[in-house]
Ligand binder design. Sequence first.
Ligand code: ADP
Ligand code: ZN
Ligand code: ZN
Length: 751
Amino acid sequence: MGTTEEKQKSPLTILRIAVPVPLYTLFDYLPPKSNRTIESADFHFEPGVRVRVSFGRSNHVGVLVEVLKNSIKPQYRLKEVIEILDQQPVVSHDIFLLSRWAAAYYHYPFGEVINSALPPLLRQGKKAAYQKTDHWKLTPKGLEVNADELKRAPQQQIFLKLFQAHPQGLGVSRLSEVTISWRRVINTFIEKKWLETCKTPSVTGDLKTNKFNKSSLELNEDQQQAVQSVTASLSKFQTFLLDGVTGSGKTEVYFRIIESVIQKNRQAMVLVPEIGLTPQLVQRFKARFTVPLTVVHSGISNRERLNAWLQTKDGTAGIVIGTRSALFLPLRSPGVFIIDEEHDISFKQQEGFRYHARDVAVMRAQQANVPIVLGSATPSLESLRNVSLERYHSLKLTTRAGGAQKPTVQLLDIRNRAMESNLSLSLLKAIRHHLEAGNQVILFLNRRGYAPSVICHKCGWVLDCQRCDATMTFHQQRQKLCCHHCGSQHPMPSHCPKCQETKLISRGYGTERVEQVLSQHFPNYGIERIDRDSTSRKGAMEQCLKNIHEGRSQLLIGTQMLAKGHHFPNVTLVGIIDADQGLFGVDFRASERMAQLIVQVTGRAGREEKPGEVLIQTHHPDHPLLQALIQQGYHEFSKLVMQERLAAELPPYCSMALLRAEATSAELPRLFLEQASKLVQEAEHQNILIFGPVPAPMERRAGRFRAQLILQSAQRIDLHRLLKVWIPKLEKLKAARKVRWSLDVDPMDMI
Ligand code: ADP
Ligand code: ZN
Ligand code: ZN
């Protein structure tokens, strides 16, 4: 009796949901029928839980943002949530705040931001729990076995030591890293009653009890200073720029900071550009720390990704090492954030939610009130400017650690010189000299494939990509022509389609071709090529690196993949085949990139006792930027470039946003951008500069025409004020429906 009356009186419960759709609003729903009113709800609706909702014609997994009493929509128009997926919030409060900040800063829909912060399985609505997978730990009996007595069974010895170092247990993924026949050893151990299965993975909660292997290295003064500065402020937010020349021992500095963090029972998050490229770094971490280490990169499965998420959230993981996306992993007790090679543009996501992991990490550290360390031998101009504005605190490591000398660097003027293919005689001579002395040599060329273009010898016809404003690159090994911009591939034609001539010639040099040239000149030496083609097969990179480290190969030719973080003690000569690529690039950051690349590659030479030598081939030996870089180093170079940027009012002296549009005709993007530009002008926004619309540097890509509009302002706040009102208006433009458009805040790539 009276229940209907009561029901009407009782306040409504409205669930405001972030739905992963490209719209800038949140959406209101009613709770599922069983618990619609607050009184009847024994269920607590906690923000951060996932819900399944129907939206448009499909179902989505959204996240509950807020519980309200009222909706702007009338009740009869509200749909019900189909299902509440979690008992406990999966989006923790800090990730919530971070996503909200990032959505506002990058002007990207919150629903999509928060969705991308979750691992794929959670986006699909799977349970936020460990699956029962294979996991083992030592029994008390196993713990007592003396590993040294297993001398005659070296495999068993390795595994026993590993388990003893990880008393909390190990899972399949870690074990299979040791050897593919791990299962046999495990079975033996189980038979001996040394091992038992355990839950994955047991939560220790106490990271301190996990010891680390003390380093025998004595820090030099610079290193000590850096470690002290950071560890002195472990309980407050501060951004440090660890500006240390290559080989100066930045990693060792990270280690010491992390040790202090672990001792405080907190977690460390380390972001690196691309883990696949530097398995060495992960190895160094594993050798140093016995706290559970979680490694997250593009090569792991969705299940492993979810496990990583669970481990960081429940605090099992003491250290997380990951690429860009790992930034959004929840942390139970964050202690420090470290961004290695902070200048690397792979931290910037180039599609969809275009965030910069370094910059978002700084915000995350601020929200968590812990320090963040940005490390690089070649800091980005943005970070250097932040140092001069005293927003970041600079820590300098000026010498190579452990007594290794800086290599000598020399420009090779190749104007009008005799060349063998694209290698000057002096470079070839130097290579021979170093090889004969028993050392290793790295040659660097930032272009993969055999030849960047193919041309008809008779009529000059050039093989262009049908879908892009670009030539096709010839790949000899695959006997294919490939477009590096859209991925199109086709077989090499037998003749010129224009004049029927059969003599088609390859023009220019890629890594494949240089490899061939080298093998003719140095038939008695092992050669490794490292680029995206040669390392795409799983394990290929590891094999390559192994051949180098074990001295089976003496000559290495590679792209920028070779530049990053590798430590090759026996390399004494580094040759940069073409330094001119970066001097005249379309992107205003081209020279900064070139310098970073040259310094990073240079850093691969002479890392231990043997002195290193670097030779740089150029047609522009007098170029002031190149001169500054070679004569005075990266910092003097960066000062020059800063002056140029200041004069041109470019970043880091302004804030920039890029509105891109593309469509199947050239007309549509231009129309849309013109209207967009008009909106800015009409609104009379102060202090905003508009450039364009202009066609993108490569106008046609993958069959679509692309154009862009650049917005700039001296003060970040002016730009963001504009974007906030402008973006919702863009959505409503008719012309917007005919193009694919996107906004890029702080664009790193103008192409
Ligand atoms: P970076 O990351 O700055 O390029 P690394 O951390 O890789 O440099 O260090 C380069 C080499 O110097 C490594 O082999 C490292 O073990 C060694 N090293 C680092 N710090 C010291 C030190 N204080 N004394 C001696 N060797 C050191
Ligand atoms: Zn022809
Ligand atoms: Zn193409």
